[in-house]
Design a binder for this molecule. Structure first.
Ligand code: 2AM
Length: 178
C-alpha cells in the first residue's frame, strides 16, 4: 500500500481553497474532497511496516495548535511548472510536529526524507507546456484563510487511478498535551 501522513482540512477551508481552482489553462485541479496537507510521504509499505508506523504515530505527544493558510506558491521541475499550491503561514509548532512524524517514520524503518519540508496544499497539477502564472497570481496571490485548529494528523492510503488519486484515512492521531 502507498501511504502518507497528512492533515485533513475542515470543510469550510476546502471550500475557500476551491475558489482558487480556476483560471489556469492545462491545470488538473484537485477536488475539494481530495485537498490535504502532506506532512510525510511514506510511499509503498507492507502491512508489518504500516503497523509499526501506526504504533509510532500513536506515541506522538504534541499539543493542539492553530494553522493559517496564506499565499500561493508553485513547484517546477527543469523550468516546467508541476504544481500550484496554497501555502501555510510560518509556524514553529507545525515544523516541530513534522519533525516528530519524520522521527516516527524512521523509527518504523522507513528511510529518512531527504527533501526539505515545504508545507503546502496542492491545488493543481500540470503535465503540459510552459504556463504563465502572472494573471493567476495577481488575482489569487493574496489568499489567506482564517486560522483553524489542527486537532489530529491522519495516516492516509493513496489509491492511484485513471480518474486521479483518491485517499482513504486509515487512522487519526489526535494531538494532545503532555
Ligand atoms: P503533492 O500534493 O505535493 O503532490 C499523496 O500523493 C500526497 O503525497 C500528495 O500530497 C503528494 O504531494 C505527496 N507525495 C506524492 N509523492 C511524493 C513524493 N515522492 N515525495 C513527497 N511527497 C509526495
Amino acid at each position: 500500500m502507498r501511504l502518507f501522513v497528512g492533515i485533513s482540512l475542515p470543510a469550510d477551508i476546502r471550500l475557500s481553497l476551491a475558489t482558487l481552482c480556476s483560471g489556469l489553462a492545462g491545470a488538473r485541479w484537485v477536488t475539494p474532497e481530495n485537498m490535504h496537507m502532506t506532512l510525510r510521504f511514506i510511499g509503498d509499505a507492507d502491512g508489518g511496516m504500516a503497523e509499526d508506523l501506526d504504533a509510532e504515530l500513536s506515541g506522538i505527544q504534541v499539543p493542539e495548535f492553530d494553522i493559517k493558510l496564506t499565499g500561493i506558491g508553485s513547484f517546477s521541475k527543469r523550468s516546467r511548472l508541476r504544481a500550484v499550491w496554497a501555502g501555510v503561514e510560518t509556524n514553529a509548532a507545525l515544523i516541530h510536529l513534522q519533525r516528530k512524524i519524520e522521527q516516527a517514520a524512521v523509527r518504523a524503518g522507513f528511510p529518512p526524507e531527504g527533501r526539505k519540508f515545504t508545507p503546502h496544499i496542492t491545488l493543481a497539477r500540470f503535465k503540459t507546456q510552459q504556463i504563465d502564472l502572472g494573471d493567476y497570481l495577481e488575482a489569487n496571490g493574496a489568499f489567506s484563510s482564517a486560522p483553524f485548529p489542527l486537532e489530529a494528523v491522519t495516516l492516509f492510503e493513496s489509491h492511484l487511478g485513471h480518474g486521479g488519486s483518491h485517499y482513504v484515512a486509515l487512522n487519526d492521531y489526535p494531538l494532545r498535551g503532555i
